[in-house]
Each structure stands twice: as C-alpha cells, then as structure tokens.
Write a protein that binds this ligand. Sequence first.
Ligand SMILES: [Fe+2]
Length: 280
Amino acid sequence: MKIERLDTALGARISAVNLSVPDGLDQAGLRSAWLDHGVLLFHGQNLSPTALVQFSALFGDLEPPPASETGTRDELAGQPVWYISNVVENGKAIGSLGAGEAEWHTDMSYLPEPPTASILFAQEVPHTGGNTSFADMEAAWAAIPDDLCQAIAGRTIHHDSSTTSVGETRRGYDGVSDVREAPGASHPAIRTHPETGRPSLYLGRRRNAWIEGMDLAESEALLDRLWEHCRRPEFAWTHVWQAGDVVMWDNRRLIHRRDPFEASSRRIMLRTQVAGDRPF
Ligand SMILES: [Fe+2]
C-alpha cells in the first residue's frame, strides 16, 4: 500500500490496494491515514455493492439508508448501501440528490449521533460537473479570527433535519418557517475529535441553522460570517471523479459540497456510512 499526500489542503491518495479483497488490506494503516489526512482517495477500484459493504465495515458498524434516500433498485434491498444518482429507471429515481448543486454540509449532523465516515464509489460519472469539494474544519478553526472565536466559543448550534443538501424538503417533513423550531439535533459549535483529540468547527450546514439562545438576527449574522470564513479556498480540495474512484471522508472533521452537472448525463455513486457517536 502506498500513501501519497495530495498537493492541497487535505487528503491522501492510496494506491497499490484492491479494496474488493478486505482480508488483504492493512486496516490499521488505512485508519491512521484516514485520521491523518481526512479524506482517502482510491483510483481504479471495481466493487460490487456487497464488496463496498465489506470494505466499509472495516471502519465500524454500517448504517442503513435513510428512509428519505432509498431508491428503487431491488438489488440493494436490505443492505446498508444505497445510490446517490440522477438516473431514472421506469419513471423512478434509482437514488437520491438528482443533478443539482449540493451546498456545503457535513453528513447528517441533524441526528443525535451523526456518522463518522461516508464512503462513495463512482460507478458512472458525467464528462463534466458533479465534482465534490472537501474543506478541513480543523484548519478553519485554527485560523479563525479572534472576534469570531470569542463569539462562537461555548455555543451550541441547532441542525435542521427537514431539508436535504440540494434544498429539497425530505419526505415526511414540512418546510421550516422559524429556524428556532426546526426539527433536528443540537451539537457544540466547536467539537473535539474523539480519536485525535483535535478541535474543529462543527457547523453542519448553513440552511435553517440557529445558534441556540441567540437572537435570531445575531445568529444569522454570525453564521454568515462563520461560513464565509470556512469557505476560504485554502481549507479545501476539489475532487474530479473518474469511474472506479472510491473516496472516504471523516464527517467529524470535514464539510463537503457537490457541483451540479448536466441532468441528461448519468452519475451513479454507491454510498455507505459508518455509525458515529454524539459529538462533544
Ligand atoms: Fe453529503
């Protein structure tokens, strides 16, 4: 196994591995590279859904697809793996999130115990668009201006569960008219990584967020400033997908977003995620 740090803010490329043979992998080496670099990229993999599940399970217990993201292909039924895709078969989407832009977010921070790792395997990708960017919230916290640091330290953020990263209201939810009453979960704005001990900003996503106990207008203004800081390019890396890529990232440390792509092209990703603990 070869580990190369990417020439960017975060991430590493792992080569000379075959993820479809989990027994042959250096599990401890992979975990420590993942903790060091935040994102691992593997090119040229050929994984069945079952093989992706077996690889993912090396990193912890897997979670089933969220009820709002189950697709229509029976082949995945009952397995902790699902499609992120814009492809429509027999009049129904096989997966979730369509072809639109997905705004900066960390996965499922609206749950009391958000997932640790998310893993994507690219089966089919469009010629252009659909790139995924990652940004390091440990670096963002380390570089935060003093006034922002003082304003957010010790605060708790409420994370809305009603709306997806592409701005759609989830099945079974109503739209949010007052963010202070949004459904979801609350977490410390600054969290400590349970494995590395390092602090990071934990903002979730901008839409429908609220800094608890703060006047609404003040919360909106502070969140806007925090997000402006976190979106600075020096914290980020953008991945241009090739079919056969596997990307695995740490939701406790990173945010990510997706560029839109041409709706008439096909993008099919298999997705798994590893169960997590309550942030502290
Ligand atoms: Fe996501």
